[in-house]
Design a protein around this ligand. Structure first.
Ligand code: SF4
Ligand code: SF4
Length: 347
């Protein structure tokens, strides 16, 4: 395997936390990112660096969790390269025929031939479980700016770097040769290919904003107050406290071995119903095994910690954790990146 074999470290590490109990799946983060970084840029039409999928679901690209990559026993793995069809995209309807075709009620809206068979949010709100105990939740996903970034090690020409000052994994597009080994090695399948330019591309962590003390667009624009950002190595930061001190946030698929820097407060759900319609307070609506398959064994501790803090609040006791998650002051979610982008002079 022709890779550069290099690992990289950083002095500081920007990290994200998404509270899955507060994410409402509105896609504001996805759209904020799209509009800011890849709208109207030829070759990036299909790119959604930020995506929010419904779980359980096949996600974006379709069935990405079965595509491989990351590390196994410390060895770099090259997985599958997602196809354009697996990434999917929008599709068109027969608007002209229905609205201007003069056929009245004899025709109805339908997808036109040649439309995509999958899209970034194809299985939205389908979820899992059986009525009346169905469940679903939303999972915002972006590049994890991993501590052990397999994309970086896989690149044979050294186009990817992990920045010392913030740990963001960035690409030098002048060096990138578009061989897509990075995309094969990324287990989260968060790298896209820009065919006209012949380069791979992924989330840049909004580094021009980070450098000016402005939070990434996905965090700042989140109306659900579900997203947090900060330096994970800063012990006073909310991201550090949520992950390392209070232990209520866990990474997605830690078994992939890349040490991701996006963390999730796992979802709770109402108690499932017994056949007579009463609530079964001793059972979980979302199967804990399912959550373990996503977030690893630590998810059980995170859920227990979360439930204990919730119980405190319900008893009228103080809970620093719940107060942090409720986020009375939305700017508290932005850590050291609380500057208003509208007040800055961008050059
Ligand atoms: S903007 Fe916030 S609430 Fe909306 S989908 Fe994204 S993370 Fe969830
Ligand atoms: S999520 Fe993928 S693209 Fe992003 S740093 Fe990790 S391995 Fe690289």
């Amino acid at each position: 395997m022709a890779t550069n074999g290099k690992k990289a470290t950083a002095g500081h590490q920007v990290a994200w936390v998404f509270d899955l109990n507060k994410c409402i799946g509105c896609q504001t983060c996805s759209v904020a990112c799209k509009v800011l970084w890849n709208e109207g840029d030829e070759g990036s039409e299909h790119m959604w660096w930020m995506t929010v999928n419904t779980q359980p679901g096949k996600g974006t690209p379709k069935d990405w969790e079965s595509m491989g990559g990351g590390y196994s026993n410390g060895e770099l793995q090259l997985g599958k390269l997602p196809t354009a069809e697996e990434f999917g995209g929008g599709w068109d309807y027969n608007y002209d025929e229905v609205l201007h075709g003069g056929k009245g009620r004899s025709v109805h809206l339908q997808k036109i031939a040649g439309s995509k068979t999958w899209g970034p949010n194809w299985d939205e709100d389908e979820g899992g479980g059986e009525w009346p105990n169905a469940y679903f939740f939303y999972l915002p996903r972006l590049c994890n700016h991993c501590t052990d970034a397999s994309c970086l090690e896989a690149c044979p020409v050294g186009a990817l770097v992990k920045r010392e000052e913030d740990g963001l994994v960035l690409r030098n597009e002048d060096v990138c040769e578009g061989n897509q080994l990075c995309a094969a090695a990324c287990p989260y399948k968060k790298i896209y290919f820009n065919a006209p330019r012949g380069v791979s591309q992924q989330c840049i962590g909004c580094f021009p904003r980070i450098e000016k003390g402005v939070a990434p667009a996905c965090v700042r624009q989140c109306p659900g107050r579900a997203a947090f950002v900060g330096f994970i190595d800063d012990e006073t930061s909310l991201v550090h406290r949520l992950v390392n001190q209070w232990k209520v946030a866990v990474p997605l698929h830690p078994e992939y071995g890349t040490k991701p820097n996006v963390f999730y407060v796992p979802p709770l759900a109402p108690a499932p119903l017994n056949p007579d319609g009463s609530a079964n307070e001793n059972a979980d609506r979302i199967p804990p095994q399912y959550l373990e398959s996503l977030f690893g064994k630590d998810v059980h501790g995170a859920l227990a910690n979360l439930k204990a803090e919730l119980a405190k609040k319900r008893r009228g006791e103080a809970s620093e954790v719940m107060d942090a998650l409720i986020l009375y002051e939305w700017k508290d979610a932005l850590g050291p990146f609380s500057k208003d982008p509208a007040e800055l002079v961008w050059k």
